[in-house]
Ligand binder design. Sequence first.
Ligand code: ADP
Ligand code: MG
Length: 445
Amino acid sequence: MLAQSLEETWSEFLSLMKERCSRVEYANWIAPIKVDLQEDTPTLLVPNVFVREYLLDNYRDELCMFFGTRKKGEPDLQFAVQKQNQEKRQAPVKPRPKVEKVPFEQEMKLNENYTFDHFIEGPSNQFIKSACLGVASKPGKSYNPLFIHGGVGLGKTHLLHAIGHVLRKDHKKLRFQCITTEGFINDLVFHLRNKSVDKMKRYFRNLDVLLVDDIQFLQNRLNFEEEFCNTFETLINQNKQIVITSDKPPGQLKLSERMIARMEWGLVAHIGMPDVETRVAILQHKAEQKGFKLSNHIAFYIAEHIFNNVRQLEGAVNRLGAHCRLMHLEATEEVVDHTLGEMFQSTPQGRVSVDRILTSVSSMFNVSESDLRGAKRSKDIATARQIAMYLAKELIGESLTKIASAFGGKKHSTLLHAWKKVSKEIESNERLRRQIQMTRQNIEA
Ligand code: ADP
Ligand code: MG
């Protein structure tokens, strides 16, 4: 084909897109595409891989119709992601824009205690801690975006601030902002009221690193979501680092598909409740920070009774420390019962056991308990067994080795594998997620 006719084809394709897409869609996805029609096979220069995926997901047939089809049903086109420096070479170099001074409602405050040194690691958070360390040492070059999800009080904000501390110390030239999603929304409202939204946009879009806490608060806030998504894309397109925390994985957030797809692009990592040994280490570390020592025995005693939330462990240390200091007492089991009794969750014996999980899973998924403990590998049994393992890891705050052995002597790596598999599956399988939710309610009832 001649270059001339390719140009015509391309402009016809654009006309069709204008008809098919909304104005916003066209401006976001189609307009930024540049084309190189010099070769036989046209090359679409896209600003990032999302655009390529978007085109192929939504307009594959149209692309094939206009540009012909290759063997595997792919359009006869090439895609090239236009790198930052490629653009720079073409455009005259502009001076780096100055950072706007924006009157933020909440100035960025990093909690002094939320550093990597004060973050105790164990099997439930090791992986995510090292991902955060990676991001902090090489922002924009390892996992981008990094998405951290997990329940309340498990250390998400701690890790986010820890990244902030490293940036502040080791990357002084980088412009970064650590915000809560609510803070972002409040700022946006403030700037909308003051007709200074452009200023805010400029500020955010010129950052090198954006750390966003609790993205779940963006749910059901459509207009804010769109603004946030635009900021997100602008930054990611320039290889600027983004880290996001949330109480749920991206797929379970009530956000637009576009937003979810962006957040799933990099690394999505879960942070779970630390096992009992890690809880002991956390208690002892927190006690040391407060200037008193907690014996192993007492730390274990507390860790066995508080197993849902690290924040509560911290509260327990504070309360016990204050009580012992004021009353000049040693921390004994008796003193602990007296001061922390009401914080204790039901005793370990009364808590969820593997037996109880197997009973519930067995009735929900119609598989016998002995099969769940056994080694049969038929699909139904294997899936139900993995679900039981998933629930056991979620609901029992014991070490993985101990839980796994209660499944007829399985290894802890088997349990971890099952947990990962089910966690991934329920991100997209709504039916399974509901079944597991019901089983869980049954177990916890
Ligand atoms: P989240 O944001 O997940 O709700 P936070 O980051 O606010 O939880 O953590 C709650 C408290 O627990 C904080 O004081 C934090 O320092 C502490 N914490 C959580 N995980 C750890 C950990 N692994 N090591 C030390 N402290 C932790
Ligand atoms: Mg938090």
